[in-house]
Structure formats: C-alpha cells, structure tokens
Design a binder for this molecule. Structure first.
Ligand code: GUN
Length: 281
C-alpha cells in the first residue's frame, strides 16, 4: 500500500512556490499578497489562520490577518472587503468560515472580487470551473487532486466516487475529476447503497464528516482513497475512512492527519500566486 505523504508533498509544493515568488519579485519588484479576515474566536479557525499566515510568510508572500470580534456588524466586513478589492497590494482575500449567524455568508463571498477569490467560492469561479474555464479552484479539492495525480498521472476513464456533496469539496472535486475524463459518481447521506457504490471505484474521495465511515470491505485492491475528514472522537482525530481496515486493502491512502490538510494550505498559497499572475501584464 502506498501511504500518500501529504506533509512531504506540501513541503515540495511550498518549495516550488517559494522559487516562483522569488522570480516574480525579480520581475515585477513586488510579491503576491494574501489577506485573511478572521471573525470571532473559534479555536479551529484561529489555528487554521495562524498556519495560513505562517506558510504564506515561509514562501515569501505578503501576508496580513484582519481580526474582528464575533459581534462585528456585517456592513463593517463588507466595507473592508470592498477596500481590499481595490488595494493593489492584495492579490487574494480569504474570509475564514464559519461566520457568526448574523453575517450572511453568500453576501460576503459575493462581495469578494472574483479575481481575488483565493477560495474559489464566488459563483463566477464556481461557474467557470464547471464550464472548464480558467478559475480559482477551492483549496481542499485542489490539494486532493494533486495528491491523486501523484499516484496516478493518467486518470482517463477511471471511476471516481465522491462521498459528500459540499460546495467546499464534493462539487468542485467532481469538476476537477471530470476534466481529467473520470466517470464521477457523487454520493451523499441519502445514497441507497454507499458500500456498493464505493466497491465500483478506482478513486474514492471521502468528505462527509462521518468518522471512519469507509470500511475495508468497501474498497477494491487497486483503489486510491483520499480522506478529507477531520473528526474529533474519543480516540483522537480520525478521518472519514477507517484507516486500519482500508490500509490493508487499498492501493494508496492518505493518513489523517498528514494527508490532505497540509496540501490545502499549500494550495491556498498557490491560488494567491495565480491570482497575482493573472493581474500582471
Ligand atoms: N474553513 C474551513 N475550511 C475553509 C476554507 O477552505 N476556506 C475558508 N474560507 N474557510 C474555511
């Protein structure tokens, strides 16, 4: 079984990006900038944002975090986004989710200029991705995609089963694999026989948030399994895949932690650099 080392792949990607930033700095005399807006004091969000900032600095990006208390008014956030939209030193804007209930997520996402939307959540980017045009691609599925391609560069005709239909992962993952000529099945909590669907798959991407849902006897011998889940349980953090069982069967598997997570952040940096490049003439 191939244990897909996301930590190593992310470190390699960051190294490539660092070289790229050095080249951009020499060429344009400026570096791409990432601004993250963090609202409230949820611990996981604070940890994510700290890691994003640290990684951005490591590859030489200009990085800024704007923090607001939970009680901030929606219009304050929208005004700040509009200001960042016109700031030439800001290449990418990310508003950390989830948001407090009184702030409308859709409004926030749609206020970010599509060309600075490093999350790829703006409807313009979602539409462009599904039409096969140039767009920002959400960081988690992009990370999964790059890991899959490392194991299997030619995905032509492969059968992929996506477990979970979220805007964050399942739907954009589908688009990325369709572009690679996979036959894609999207499954979810109402799917009749999830095991039978998974047994058909050459590639499984599990992103539903159910601890250890995908079992060893759901997986064929030559299947690549990508585990997006991060679930807190009594025995610690586990993914959506039963690692002990599936690692005995699959061709390749990502661990949790150390699989998809590190790649997500590296892809955010990649997206920031892409946004910068698209605005240079
Ligand atoms: N919260 C958890 N994952 C993400 C992500 O990919 N982007 C944003 N903006 N917030 C998140």
């Amino acid at each position: 079984m191939i244990l897909i080392d996301g930590k190593k792949a992310a470190a390699e990607l960051r190294q490539e990006l660092k070289h790229e930033v050095t080249g951009l700095k020499a060429k344009y005399n400026k570096v791409p900038g990432l601004t993250v807006i963090l609202i409230g004091d949820l611990t996981p969000s604070q940890i994510y944002v700290r890691n994003k900032e640290k990684s951005a600095n490591e590859v030489g990006l200009k990085s800024e975090v704007i923090k607001y208390p939970d009680s901030v008014e929606e219009k304050t956030v929208l005004e700040k986004i509009k200001e960042l939209n016109t700031d030439e030193t800001v290449s990418g804007i990310l508003v950390q989710l989830p948001l407090p209930k009184h702030i409308n997520k859709q409004k926030v996402i749609e206020t970010i200029l599509p060309s600075k939307d490093v999350d790829g959540f703006h409807p313009m980017n979602v539409g462009n991705l599904s039409s096969g045009y140039e767009s920002s691609v959400p960081c988690t599925p992009l990370g999964c995609y790059l890991l899959i391609k490392k194991v299997e560069p030619n995905l032509n005709g492969k059968k992929a089963v996506i477990v979970g239909r979220s805007n964050l992962n399942g739907k954009p993952m589908t688009q990325l694999l369709l572009k690679e000529n996979c036959t894609v099945t999207i499954t979810h909590s109402k799917t009749k026989d999830l095991k039978a669907e998974c047994l058909e798959a050459d590639i499984i991407v599990a992103a539903v948030g159910i601890p250890e849902l995908v079992k060893g006897d759901w997986v064929k011998k030559d299947t690549i399994v990508i585990d997006v889940g991060i679930n807190k349980t009594d025995k610690g953090i586990v993914g959506d895949v039963d690692f002990d069982e599936v690692s005995k069967n699959a061709k390749a598997l990502t661990p949790v932690p150390g699989g998809v997570g590190p790649m997500t952040i590296a892809c955010l940096l990649k997206n920031t650099i892409e946004c910068f490049k698209r605005t240079q003439i």
